[in-house]
Design a protein around this ligand. Structure first.
Ligand SMILES: [Cu+2]
Length: 157
């Protein structure tokens, strides 16, 4: 009686430990972070009065999520979205360039530091923040634009 209970226990315990290990491994590993459905965030480059602003000028993102950062320039002049510190805290899946109808023109892959968007155009920066921090060096690098207020910060939690 005692022996059979012991043998059942001795078989069950390793199986349970193995199952627990499998379950915890699948909970801990998030898998391919770049294949999630993206969280879409739009940043306006220049506002409706063509002021030199990022709207919004403060972004809050989270590590490990895939973002589709849509940079939309509706102003009559070109602008840059440039943050050296933020660019070093993200993994870029791609930059997607589309025509006015939304048809894909190009995908750019690799490390991105800044993106220039032409008047009336959009670019999408698909990225996963991998490092938390306050990245307050967002600016437009066109001469005079940052000085007139085209600056911002990106907070990654
Ligand atoms: Cu600008």
């Amino acid at each position: 009686m005692y022996k059979s209970r012991l043998s059942r226990f001795s078989l069950t315990l390793p199986v349970m430990l193995l199952l627990a290990a499998c379950v915890s491994a699948s909970v801990m590993a998030a898998g391919d972070l770049t294949s999630q459905d993206p969280v879409e965030v739009t940043v306006q480059l220049g506002d409706e009065k063509n002021a030199l602003r990022f709207v919004p000028d403060r972004l809050e993102l989270e590590t490990g999520k895939l973002y589709k950062l849509v940079l939309h320039n509706e102003s009559p002049q070109k602008h840059y979205f440039s943050s050296d510190s933020f660019s070093r805290a993200v993994f870029t899946r791609k930059v997607q360039v589309r025509d006015k109808e939304g048809t894909s023109i190009a995908e750019v892959k690799g490390t991105i530091r800044e993106i220039e968007v032409y008047p009336g155009q959009k670019a999408e920066w698909w990225l996963v923040p991998v490092k938390s921090g306050i990245f307050d060096d967002l600016k437009c690098t066109i001469k005079g634009h940052a000085e007139h207020g085209m600056v911002g910060s990106i907070v990654v939690r």
